[in-house]
Unconditional design. Structure first.
Length: 218
């Protein structure tokens, strides 16, 4: 509430109190008139006439012109505190806005720092995971290469053994073939020798071989 409104309110209360005092005095006089005998009516009327006006109304009710002047002066005087109050309110509002801005920037900085920290943690975690996967891959590849090398050595050994086995089989086959050839040559020699002996016998006896004649006859 402004100073001007306070002055107006106090003036209204003062006028209301003086009017209430007058009404109370009139009611009291009427009650006294009803209670007293008809003979004492004149005294009561004189007493009512002699009754002084309320001191508040006499002392505090200023003339209409003076009241307007007082109100105008009070309103002019009240303009300065209102302007100062507006300036104070504006300064307080600007200070609150600045504090809110500082708090917002501080909160933004904290959020930014938290975000950067979380991103760094995620990057480090991913880098460790990728490094672990690479190490696992290299170990797995080395194991597979070792297994392949071992298998190749085993195959080479088996191949050599098999080649040696096949070589031995070829040697055996060659030996057997040589033996068979020798037997065939020996048999041929024997048969040639027998044929020569039989021919000589047939010449000596003058006989003719039956097999040969049979062959010619056929």
């Amino acid at each position: 509430m402004t100073l001007f409104q306070l002055v107006i309110s106090s003036e209204l209360r003062r006028h209301r109190s003086s009017r209430d005092f007058s009404v109370m005095a009139e009611e009291k006089a009427k009650k006294a008139t009803r209670a007293a005998p008809a003979v004492a009516g004149k005294d009561v009327a004189e007493e009512k006439a002699v009754l002084p006006p309320p001191p508040e109304a006499k002392d505090k009710t200023p003339p209409a012109g003076d009241e307007c002047k007082a109100l105008i002066i009070v309103e002019k005087v009240a303009e300065k505190p209102r302007a100062e109050k507006k300036k104070t309110h504006r300064g307080s509002l600007e200070r609150d806005v600045a504090l809110v801005k500082v708090e917002t920037e501080k909160r933004g900085s904290l959020i930014k720092a938290w975000e950067e920290n979380e991103k760094a943690k995620a990057e480090n975690k991913a880098a460790k995971k990728l490094s672990s996967i690479l190490a696992w891959e290299n170990t797995k590849k080395a194991t597979i290469d070792a297994q392949l090398k071992t298998k190749e050595l085993e195959l080479e050994k088996k191949k050599a053994e098999y080649a040696e086995k096949m070589k031995n089989k070829k040697a055996i086959a060659h030996r057997e073939a040589e033996e068979k050839r020798a037997m065939a040559v020996a048999r041929r020699g024997e048969e040639v020798l027998r044929a020569e002996e039989m021919a000589a016998k047939y010449r000596a006896t003058g006989l003719t071989p039956k097999k040969l004649l049979g062959c010619f006859g056929a």
